[in-house]
Design a protein around this ligand. Sequence first.
Ligand code: UT7
Length: 332
Amino acid sequence: MKVSPRSAGIVGLGTYLPAERLTNADLEKIIDTSDEWIRSRTGISERRRVASDEAASDMGVKSALKALESAGIKPEEVDLIIVPTITPDMVFPSTSSIVQDKIGAINAAAFDISAGCTGFIYALSTANQFVASGAYDTVLVVATEAMTRFLNWEDRNTCVLFGDGSGAAVIRPVDEGEGFLSFVLGSDGSGSDLLKIPAGGSRTPATDKTLTNKEHFIQMSGNEVFRFAVKIMGEAAINALDKAGLTKEDVDFLVPHQANTRIIEAAAKRLGLPQEKVFINLDKYGNMSSASIPVALEEATNKGLLKKGDLIVLVGFGAGLTWGASVMRWLM
Ligand code: UT7
């Protein structure tokens, strides 16, 4: 979709990462794995874990308040809060409503988006529509994921991959030619079995059996998801550039979903980007699902890697299966 008629962009960012660090050496003590395997197959060295009394909304509140502060916006000025998450506090009410209450955004509407690890890009695209149409002036996107709450610590195929964290962004009207230039969103539900939490929904409600079988935890066919990701990341990024009337030569920086270094390298290769134009921080945090990209965006900005006026490409994939990409002229 092309961005019109009013331009919108990210004018503030905030992140929160739980204090507890879980290293690969810690995981070696609880499961048959090795630091060498995890680092060479994924690029991950450590990840964060929420405290026992901490939920997705608690992290979201912290990142949201920091994002508002960085944009110089008061909570009462927020028109809409969108929370992309696959690890909500509860099935319902929405985590966004809980965040709305806790930050005092008394004038905001609120809803969640479930689009797996692509959630942040789906939410940005939705925020952009509200601002571009003139319906709202200030949208707060709060990606927040307590992935470790849904990990089976006996399943080495999944438990080494994920981590917890939150990243929030404030979306406001901006000058034409700045902010979001294009979005690409996609879904292939034929892959819905490849990455899921099978029980706890209306298909398979909680029973003693689902608990015993550990069906309330993440299950994944890693290799198939990997092959899908390698194909779709480059494709989605190129399509988003095409929609913005730009080419891969125009790209200053790629900020991809942080799932696996090998997947990111394949996307970078497709775009012909050297290592120094690709941001990677999954070594420190693992895969934080929808929170990966906003945390990466803030870190890259703070490190001075993203500069005002740079052409940035975001790209991600995730459960659904879903994918998404966005091209933007960076404002911060
Ligand atoms: O954001 C979306 C979320 N999903 C993803 O990002 C996942 C995408 N997939 C991947 O990143 C990769 O497929 C993985 C990192 C999950 C796995 O890498 P792989 O190269 O696809 O390995 P594999 O699944 O083919 O497994 C290779 C071997 C297997 O042993 P055998 O059967 O060859 O003897 C696994 O049992 O590695 C074994 N293995 C492990 N060994 C040590 C799997 N997990 C582990 C582990 N430690 N944690």
